[in-house]
Design a protein around this ligand. Sequence first.
Ligand code: ZN
Length: 321
Amino acid sequence: MTSAGIHHITVLASDPQRNLDFYTGFLGLRLVKQTINFDAPDVYHLYYGDEAGTPGTILTFFPFLDAARGKRGAGEITAVAFSIPTGALGFWIERLSRKAMAFDGPHTRLGQNLIAFEDPDGMVIELVEDADVDDIPGWAESAVGAAPAIRRFHGVTFLQRELDRAGAFLTGVMGFASEGSEANRFRFHAGPAGSHARADVLVDPHAPVARQSAGSVHHIAWRARDDEDQLSWRSALVKAGSSPTQVMDRSYFHSIYFREPGGVLFEIATDPPGFATDETIDTLGSHLKLPPWLEAQRAMIERHLPPLAIPAVQRAREAGG
Ligand code: ZN
């Protein structure tokens, strides 16, 4: 079987308001869903993405208000890269400079230009100029304007102490192809040509063990076409000696979880039903949404969540603007 690419990436954070302000106000993503952690209802689950919440654009957060920072290390994803159009890097360098935010670069990696910087909790974000997204329109209402806006994920970097097991799992089980390497970075890709998801394995035999907390990537979800495709993945994983969970209902997709041999938590999530099931595309993200089985407890759940001020652009849409 061959992975169809990234569905979403989920990260741990601390202050939800600071997280929301950074990802919508600074990075220009859209808040496409406010809900809660189904396993811990006193914690938000915030979803950011493109205008429609398309798989391959969805970055989600569990913001634990007073969480300490995580410690980056082996066995986790240590950077999340987004694709921006050719020529957009200058805009972002100026934007970061104007806010006096530190950044690395620009650098060239495997033929593409990129910069790297941290989000407020220390997660490493990379913006990569990627000609494959030049023809994809940006979200017209993005806080940065459509032209330089983030289009979708470019890929992720896994930090591992050795390449062999992680690489063999990506190619042998997940259907990734090897794409090349640069120094201690080994690139794999999956998905259709022109919309590759890239998984870079960065090898450091002396990397410390990761300690996950705020700023740590919790897991990455790969796409399944539908429930049937997901069950085929599940059988293939079991056959390969992996131990995927049973299918879980995450309201907007169905999920199974398992760990790759290097320790990174993987999920396979279905494209359907998607985010426009309990609100319209126009009003995505404007209200706190709960799964049907928690709706009866809404008043209590809302009382325990920290207040959250939603970006003005989404409130205007809600009012019919
Ligand atoms: Zn997930």
